[in-house]
Design a protein around this ligand. Structure first.
Ligand SMILES: *Cc1c(COP(=O)(O)O)cnc(C)c1O
Length: 436
């Protein structure tokens, strides 16, 4: 088997080989295409808005590594920065100047934070933010919302219990019920439930954690009244409001999703913010940050322990920094938003022409579409949309060289490299797929 030349293998052959040595053949479950069926594509290379699979077939890529590739693949400035950094050394386990530069860059774009700490994955950042919130408040209870994903830390792999007085149940084997006994799971966009939760548990709640635009429910916005009420309740009860912007950060706007809510709600700020994906530009890099008083609770200054061998890695920080320097150029987000909007409008128009009910929404370079009559507002509404039709559409598009996320509860991403011609071709493929 090892004598087989990999470039001669089909996707199916690679998948078979992968399944022998890697559980399910993949290193992250959604890649296995379980939700949509069929054979995952093994990707050989990416350039601009395109990726090419093991069989040499090219796709317009609307996943972009699940968000990081906001400039497209192989952006020259990023590539150069990474190559240069690699020549200077991969990792030292000692501080480097580039970590300061990246921290300064991030902080200059997100005024709710005075300090950040760099880590290597969104999971790690969200887990650390949670520990920090608990450490800073001296409280144990946390609130999250059904359908929001914050990585796979034990305390966050939880689904709702049977009512507000009861805490959650683990959604994964290997998570003891005691570990999630402090996690309360509420319905997204439900103001009454969050009010009731604070009325019942207020003094014990360390934090409320939210995806401000939930990309792990495809694309569901937290309504402004919902966001405003959570902010008020957190302040009133001394709980911290944690924005998980791993997906939305530097993706929906230069100032991230919090800048959009700050426009709608005067003075609005989260207490702790979590970033990942775009800030690494495709390298393993994530961060969490807050005001100085909260961040100084972290080791080595404070009692909340947090560490990482590869944290602030020199090659990853070079990649992230080069990426952020591109996206802050004037006009970047205006152009990205316009292309994303044209994609969503084109998809919706194509379905309308085919007599298929579809709705879509987008912000910056992130989008979602649903086979439904109206935009879902919470997880139950998302999973009630037409899954059979989504799966057929996904495969029809894949056959036509368009790579959307392989599950109806995942968001899509447009990069600055997607041209009007790429988007027009995608919409034409959608028109054909929906007719078929
Ligand atoms: C992707 C994601 C995470 C987890 O990040 P990883 O780097 O995959 O560990 C956490 N929160 C949100 C909102 C995400 O989209």
């Amino acid at each position: 088997m090892s004598t087989e030349l990999s470039h001669a293998s089909t996707n199916a052959q690679l998948f078979e080989r992968a399944q022998k040595v890697i559980p399910g053949g993949v290193n992250s479950p959604v890649r296995a295409f379980r939700a949509v069926g069929g054979t995952p594509r093994f990707i050989k290379s990416g350039r601009g808005p395109y990726i090419v699979d093991a069989e040499g077939k090219r796709y317009v890529d609307y996943i972009g590594s699940w968000g990081p590739m906001i400039l497209g693949h192989g952006h020259p400035a990023v590539l150069e920065a990474v190559q240069k950094a690699a020549l200077d050394g991969f990792s030292f386990g000692a501080p480097t100047e580039r970590e300061i530069e990246l921290a300064e860059e991030i902080l200059s774009l997100v005024p709710s934070m005075d300090q950040v700490r760099l880590v290597s994955s969104g999971t790690e950042a969200a887990m650390s933010a949670l520990r920090l919130a608990r450490g800073a408040t001296g409280r144990s209870k946390i609130v999250k919302f059904e359908g929001c994903y914050h990585g796979h830390a034990d305390a966050l792999l939880v689904k709702a219990g049977s009512g507000l007085a009861t805490f959650g149940h683990p959604t994964s084997a290997g998570v003891p019920p005691e570990v999630v006994q402090h996690t309360l799971v509420l319905e997204y966009n439900n103001v009454e439930q969050i009010e009731e939760a604070f009325a019942l548990h207020g003094p014990g709640i360390a934090c409320v954690m939210i995806e401000p635009i939930a990309g792990n429910m495809n694309f569901v916005r937290a309504s402004v009244p919902f966001m405003k009420r959570i902010r008020e309740l957190c302040t009133q009860h001394g709980a911290l409001f944690v924005f998980d912007e791993v997906m939305t950060g530097f993706r929906v706007a230069l100032g991230s999703a919090q800048s959009l809510y700050a426009k709608a709600i005067p003075g609005f700020e989260p207490d702790i913010s979590v970033f990942g994906k775009v800030i690494g530009g495709g390298m393993p890099l994530a961060a969490f940050g807050a005001k100085r008083a909260v961040m100084q609770q972290l080791a080595p200054l404070g009692p909340v322990y947090q560490a990482g061998t590869l944290s602030g890695n020199p090659v990853a920080t070079a990649c992230g920094l080069a990426t952020l320097r591109e996206i802050r150029k004037p006009g970047f987000f205006e152009a990205l938003s316009a292309s994303t909007r044209s994609l969503v409008d084109g998809l919706v128009a194509a379905s309308k022409a085919a007599g298929v009910p579809m709705v879509g929404d987008c912000e910056g370079g992130m989008f979602g579409f649903f086979f439904a009559d109206q935009l879902p507002q919470n997880y139950n509404a998302v999973i009630a949309t037409d899954k059979e039709r989504f799966n057929r559409f996904f495969h029809a598009m894949l056959d036509r060289g368009v790579y959307f996320a392989p599950a109806l509860y995942e968001a899509g991403f447009v990069s600055a490299a997607h041209s009007p011609a790429d988007i027009a071709a995608t919409c034409a493929a959608a028109a054909e797929s929906l007719r078929g």
